[in-house]
Design a protein around this ligand. Structure first.
Ligand code: GLY
Length: 373
């Protein structure tokens, strides 16, 4: 078991990591359930998968402690992060009589967590919520740090708010039912922590990726706890990403978003897979700028590939050239001009924000990486 505090003045909270935590959810979340002791239903939001897998166990556990849940269930996938599901969810919460001092429980992956977090940010100008993330990606990244959002026609996560949860409950055992591809995609975000700021953790992951991906309990808990401890430190230092500190969490994401855009934000390339490829590109581009050695860049790419994640652009089967990927990056950052801020590596375990990346040079590099030159 590990308890990691996120130290934010006036709105700090704990992230609790424990095997079978879902089985004792009522005890773990006791202070946040007290408002419902009079018999009001506890609002739980899930997707159809997490509802099917866990609602019976959660209902039984709550009943044992004298509580009862009311469930709001969304379809799995990004479509649930929409204005229409936000409206349905907030109407449902209002109909349940949720007050500003109540807590709503989000049981699911990043989509459920982001949707519930944003609904709670705006419901009666803000009520509480508890994150119970059920994917590796949500456990090590999106459930911690208070970024909440929905998507619109103009892009992903463009409407949102910083709204911190009151508690994050992580049960690594739920990852046993996660499809392997999603497990690997979440693992990309774990590797990210090693690459961006913890060389020793990166070395540990090189030796232990198979154990983590096989969900061996000790290895998995160590990987999750180390990732969250790093994220908690970064969020405490730069909650609203007003300095470069929190931005480091976006290592691999600028390349990754361009690849997601080129593949239509589809199952062809999951977000975590795009980030993995993006980190390999960031490492190789850092080597091109002689900031790390070519050997170190290949070491990073090998760690990515060893986890079954994409580390070589031709494997994605793209038909575009480097200039088109750069256009996606410009659009993503809403920037004109010859440069974009870019997260690169100074060492394996040390990322930094470069502000002098020449986009023509980047397009040439990407053409090389695509095998087009
Ligand atoms: N996922 C990046 C962040 O939380 O800042």
């Amino acid at each position: 078991m590990a308890v990691i505090p996120v130290a934010l003045a006036g709105r700090g909270y704990d992230v609790v990591i424990e095997e079978n935590l879902l089985g004792r959810l009522a005890a773990a979340a006791a202070p946040w359930l007290q408002n419902y002791a009079g018999g009001r239903k506890v609002p739980f939001v899930a997707d159809t998968n997490t509802h099917r897998l866990y609602h019976a166990g959660v209902d039984a556990n709550l009943t044992e402690h004298g509580f009862a849940a009311e469930w709001f269930v969304v379809e799995p996938g990004e479509d649930a992060k929409s204005w229409s599901s936000l409206a349905r969810l907030t109407d449902w919460l209002l109909a349940l009589g949720v007050t500003r001092s109540d807590h709503v429980f989000a049981l699911g992956g990043g989509v459920v967590g982001d949707l519930v977090g944003f609904a709670c940010a705006i419901l009666k100008r803000g009520c509480g919520f508890v994150q119970v993330p059920t994917t590796l990606l949500a456990q090590v990244d999106s459930s911690v740090g208070g970024k909440t959002a929905i998507n619109t026609a103009a892009g992903k996560n463009l409407i949102g708010a910083f709204h911190q949860p009151s508690l994050v409950l992580i049960d690594p055992r739920v990852l046993g039912t996660l499809p392997d591809r999603e497990m690997r995609a979440g693992y990309a975000e774990v590797l990210k922590y090693g690459l961006l700021g913890n060389a020793a953790f990166f070395g540990w992951l090189e030796a232990n990726s198979a154990a983590v991906l096989a969900r061996e309990p000790q290895a998995l808990e160590h990987a999750i706890a180390t990732s969250i401890a790093m994220k908690a430190r970064i969020v405490a230092e730069d909650e609203r990403e007003t300095q470069d500190c929190r931005a480091l969490l976006n290592l691999g994401h600028t390349f990754g978003h361009a690849l997601e855009a080129e593949t239509g934000f589809s199952d062809r390339l999951l977000h975590g897979e795009a980030v993995a490829m993006g980190m390999a590109l960031a490492a190789r581009y850092s080597a091109r700028r002689r900031e790390i050695s070519a050997d170190d860049a290949e070491r990073a790419a090998r760690a990515i590939a060893a986890a079954g994640l994409p580390a070589d652009l031709p494997a994605l089967g793209l038909t575009c050239d480097g200039a088109r990927l750069v256009e996606h990056m410009r659009h993503d950052k809403k920037k004109e001009g010859k440069t974009l801020p870019f997260l690169l590596l100074r060492n394996l375990g040390e990322a930094y924000m470069a502000r002098d990346v020449d986009l023509r040079d980047l397009a040439v590099f990407l053409d090389d990486a695509l095998g087009r030159s």
